[in-house]
Design a protein around this ligand. Sequence first.
Ligand SMILES: [Zn+2]
Length: 786
Amino acid sequence: MSNSISAVASEAITAQSTPGSWSASTKGKSAMSATIGSWTPRQGRSTLGWSTRRPGRVADADEEGEAVRAALLLDLERATSHRRPGGISPNTTSAPRPASMDDVRAAARAVLLLDHEGDTDEALKQAHVLAAEHPKSAIAQRLVGDLRYAAAIRAAAGDGSEKEREAEAAAHLRAARHALLATRRLVPDCVGVAVALGDVFCASKMYGLAESEFRRAQRVPCPVDPADNNVTYGLYGDDEEESTAAERVEEARERARRLYATMAVEKLVPIAVERVLDVARDHGAAEGRKQAKRVAESFPNLARVQYLNAYMDLEFVCGLDAAIDRSAFLRRTLTSAERAAQAFPKSAVIASFHARLLFVLGEYDAAERECRRALVMKEPDDPQHDCIPPGSISGENRGARLMSLACEFHELPSDYWNSMSSERQQDFLFVRLDVLQGEYNKVDQLRAFTVSDVQSFVKEMGSWRYWVCPICVGNKKLLDTGLLLSHMCSKHPRAVLPRLQSVLDPKLTEKALEGDDSMDGLSFCQDSDQKDMITFDKRSDLFKWLFYAPSSGVGPKPFAEIRETKRHQGNMLLESIKERMKTLPADKSASEFAEALPEIHNLWHNFLRASVMDYRAIILTLARSFLWKELKKCMTEDQKAAAKFISSADIDAVFTEEGSIFTKEDDTDESLNIIESHEESKVHAADESSETTGNDRELEVHAADESSETTGNDPELSGPPVNITASVDDLDTRVKNLQIEPNSDGSITTSEASSKVCLETLSRYNDLDPDESIVVSQFGAAVMLR
Ligand SMILES: [Zn+2]
């Protein structure tokens, strides 16, 4: 017997030396989690990790099996004696002694049915009796192994203290291992037994042994039919006849591959990563880097491991002598990061690392491309699966974790911005109107929008915005929401039903919508050559939008397209309002009336937000596109001036926020709340009433004035309601609530607090720019689309 064990042991060693042949992937993960997921092993590090496997381990298990035999019988006695007061020893059972293989199979099948019917204790007892009577029957031994494993899973999830549950489960697992080792001795060529044993080893945290069983399952040269040794096949009818023996062998091997992949992702790799980090901490980054390389070779198909390789390489570079220029070393790290990014195109974690590395190296265009790639990534992997250290990206769900990562991409330029002198920042924020016009003209041959018209409008009206009617063809500019309501009811009674006016207080929602039509944030001025300019106040929150989202690659849009989006949105909301109005009871004192009112208010509020035309949004988008290019130009020139010497501090500046943003347990949860409460605030704002501004001006502008008005009528266009001012107002409130002081000097912090504001800004930005909303929601769909 010891011969076969040492053979397996040496097999395991051989397998260990060629780990690259394994192709673990995360693909099978969800499929298998039902199997392993029901098992809840203790947290902590196993003493039997992949890298410390020794030849003695398989033999250990066998010796352990022998030692356990006595305890097992005691176990069994204890398990059964309380059920039958008289006590039944395995040898004095009254069950008839089966004579042939078929009889054993039939008896085993009956035991399994008993188990399926819920009498698990009795089934377990009978299985042991059968196994004791037929020690040479693989079927009988296997049955005990399977039932003991099931009992271990039940025990782990059962009653009692954690310690008690663990102890009970451990006893069952020990017995399961023992029975399955016995089965393996009887049928060494059964792939199914190898898989079952590997599974039990994994649950027992004997990962090295589990791995060797899973490997063995792939390599048995002339495997027997798994159904020969497992009574589960064909239990409920003819499934045994539906597949061939060869198919059953392949199924078992596939199961071994999936189990191994799951074990690698969930157990082996996190242990390996932590070990590498420990080594780096205790013995230096150079040693950690070496180990990371070895791990990377062992698991070529796992994103986290390949990322670890690049991560440790960067750690090593950071630890170099201060006098050394890091550039050449970083190029090497970049090669690893690039390779990982290509191999794992859905890893947002790796994309973030890659983008930041490019940024440090001064490759801003490439960094921007990588950010964009990440932000439009379809179905990105959960950051939880590849972040380092494991668990460092928290959040209650995948969407929350992705959102916290998305902020990274938007914050990249902020370090550079913060490093600029105040004078330089100020110079940066003056932009000539002809420059902005040039940016606009690039996207609209018709030049349907002119910045100088905006200047005239603002000067004349003291406001940056107006409301548009979605039905009128001309460009009627309605200067407040009350005017919009009376216009809709008098000019388009069929579209809204005139009753709407009596249902809505015209003053309603004005506060929420008009509260921030201040002139802050943007103003017109002239330079020394009397050229008209626009300047951005860096104390304003509007300013943050300039640099938070440039990497998303969303540029200016033709005015006609913006107008058409609003028209489409507005018409859809009008439809909803009309539908709701149709069922509204005439009696205002009816309870149905009171119930329906908030919904109508809410719809109307959305309509107001969809119909506002805020020039600041357009100007910001133009300026953003221009300033981002300018900023990149500045950064590139600075990088050249610095003769490309990259210090540790340069690297830290881009990578250290990882700590503050990623490691806070409740960070993203709170961010989530912010987004949710933001959504709520949109809803509740409709309930707020306010003083009317008394502004009854109504400005008629003929279609000819803005030629775009009649162009484009694409019903396909859609997007969320667009409003910038409500958002700014909201952001202010949130910032105050969060007790985050917006920096008075206009710097952008990359702190934890800032990541919250960033999340905020992203959600605000969605309001501003419908396309951007699509980009962001692909990345954090679960959050944004809740
Ligand atoms: Zn109209």
